[in-house]
Design a protein around this ligand. Structure first.
Ligand SMILES: NC(=O)c1ccc[n+]([C@@H]2O[C@H](COP(=O)([O-])OP(=O)(O)OC[C@H]3O[C@@H](n4cnc5c(N)ncnc54)[C@H](OP(=O)(O)O)[C@@H]3O)[C@@H](O)[C@H]2O)c1
Length: 313
C-alpha cells in the first residue's frame, strides 16, 4: 500500500514508518524541514515537503496515496491561540483528508488519547466503545481537542472513508522517549531528591511501548473497519505508586506520597497535578480480538528496569 504519514519525526512516527516499511508498504512522509526530510528518508520513506498549515498539500498527498496515518499535531498553536485554536486547526486538517478520501473506502488512521473525565465514573476499565467526552478542567479541555478530532475522524466513516482512531495512553515508552511523561517524572525526582506519587498511589495508568503502538496503526490501516476506536495499550493499568517506586529504585531515591490536600498547591507536581491523580483503567480487548494484535515489547516496569531511561552521568 502507498501510505502517507505525518509526524514521522516525532516520538511515535519513526516507529510507525519502520513498521510500515518492514511490512512492505511504500511510505511517503510529511517533512517541513531539511532535517525532517533527512530523518524520514533514513527510515526508508519518500518525502512530501510541506506542513500541516498547507491543507491543499495534505489533500494532494492523501489523494495520491492508498491510505493515511496522521500523528502530527498543532501544539505550536497552544501559546498563541490556546486549546481552541489547536482544536480548530486539527479539525480543518481532518476535514481536508475527508475531502480527499470521501467515497474511496481508503483508510485514514489518526492518533487519539486514552483518558476522558467521563471515564472516571465508569467503575470499570474503559473500552474502545466508550466515547472520550470532554469535561471542565485543564486536562479535560486538552481532551476537548482530542474529542473534536476523534468525532470528526469517526464521522468521516459515513462519507466513505475507512477512518479510525488509535487511542494512545499517557505513557508511551521506548528507548527514544525524550519528551514524554516518564522523562518529566524522572527529571522532577532528580530535582526534588525524591519521587512523589499522589495520595496512596493506587490510581492506575495504562502504558504502551512505541513499537507495539506502531503495530496497531499498521493493522488498523490494513484491515480495521471504518468508524472504530482502537486502544494501543500494553499495560492496562499500573498503580502510579508502582511507577514511582520503579523510578525511585533506579535513581536511589525514596518514593513519597504527596497527600491529596497539598497536591494542587505549588510544590511537587506543579502543572502535572491535574494529570497524576487520574485513574485510567482501560481495556485493549476489542483491539486484540478485532485486529489480531498482541503487545510483544517489554511492559512499562520492565522497560524502566532496562535502564535506558537512566543514562549514567
Ligand atoms: N503519550 C503520548 O505521547 C501521547 C498520548 C496521547 C496522545 N498522543 C498524541 O499522539 C500523537 C503523536 O505523538 P508523538 O509524541 O509521537 O508526537 P511528537 O513527538 O510531539 O511529534 C510531533 C510531530 O508533529 C510534527 N509537526 C508538528 N507541527 C507540524 C507542522 N506544523 N507541520 C508538519 N509537521 C508538524 C513534528 O514534526 P517536526 O519534526 O517538523 O517538528 C513531529 O513529527 C500526537 O497527536 C499526540 O497528541 C500522544
Amino acid at each position: 500500500m502507498r501510505v502517507f504519514v505525518t509526524g514521522g519525526t516525532g516520538h511515535s512516527g519513526p516507529y510507525i514508518i519502520s513498521e510500515l516499511v518492514g511490512a512492505g508498504h511504500e511510505v511517503t512522509a510529511l517533512a517541513r524541514s531539511d532535517k525532517s526530510a533527512a530523518a524520514v528518508s533514513a527510515l526508508g520513506a519518500k518525502v512530501h515537503r510541506g506542513s500541516l498549515e498547507d491543507l491543499d498539500g495534505l489533500k494532494a498527498a492523501a489523494t495520491n496515496s492508498d491510505g493515511v496515518i496522521h500523528v502530527a499535531h498543532r501544539q505550536d498553536l497552544l501559546p498563541s491561540g490556546g486549546i481552541d485554536a489547536v482544536a480548530a486547526a486539527e479539525r480543518q486538517i481532518m476535514l481536508a483528508y475527508g475531502e480527499a478520501l470521501a467515497g474511496t473506502g481508503k483508510p485514514l488512521v489518526v492518533s487519539g488519547s486514552i483518558g476522558s473525565p467521563a471515564w472516571e465514573g465508569l467503575g470499570r476499565a474503559a473500552t474502545e466503545d466508550d466515547p472520550t467526552l470532554p469535561g471542565g478542567d485543564l486536562y479535560a479541555r486538552t481532551l476537548r481537542v482530542r474529542n473534536i478530532v476523534e468525532t470528526t475522524v469517526i464521522g468521516l466513516a459515513e462519507r466513505g472513508v475507512r477512518s479510525s482512531i488509535v487511542r494512545i495512553p499517557p505513557i508511551m515508552h521506548s528507548t527514544t522517549d525524550h519528551a514524554g511523561f516518564l522523562p518529566l517524572l524522572i527529571a522532577l525526582a532528580k530535582e526534588k531528591g525524591f519521587i512523589g506519587y499522589p495520595g496512596d498511589g493506587a490510581n492506575v495508568w495504562p502504558a504502551v511501548h512505541s513499537r507495539d503502538l506502531a503495530a496497531v496503526f499498521r493493522l488498523a490501516l490494513e484491515k480495521g473497519p471504518a468508524g472504530k476506536n482502537w486502544h494501543a495499550i500494553g499495560d492496562e493499568g499500573i498503580p502510579f505508586r508502582e511507577i514511582a517506586k520503579a523510578i525511585g529504585d533506579r535513581l536511589g531515591l525514596p518514593a513519597v506520597s504527596i497527600p491529596a490536600d497539598v497536591l494542587m498547591l505549588p510544590g511537587y507536581f506543579g502543572f502535572l497535578a491535574n494529570l497524576v491523580t487520574l485513574d485510567l483503567p482501560a481495556s485493549n480487548l476489542v483491539t486484540r480480538q478485532s485486529l489480531g494484535w498482541e503487545p510483544a515489547q517489554p511492559g512499562l516496569l520492565s522497560d524502566l528496569d532496562n535502564g535506558h531511561y537512566f543514562p549514567a552521568g
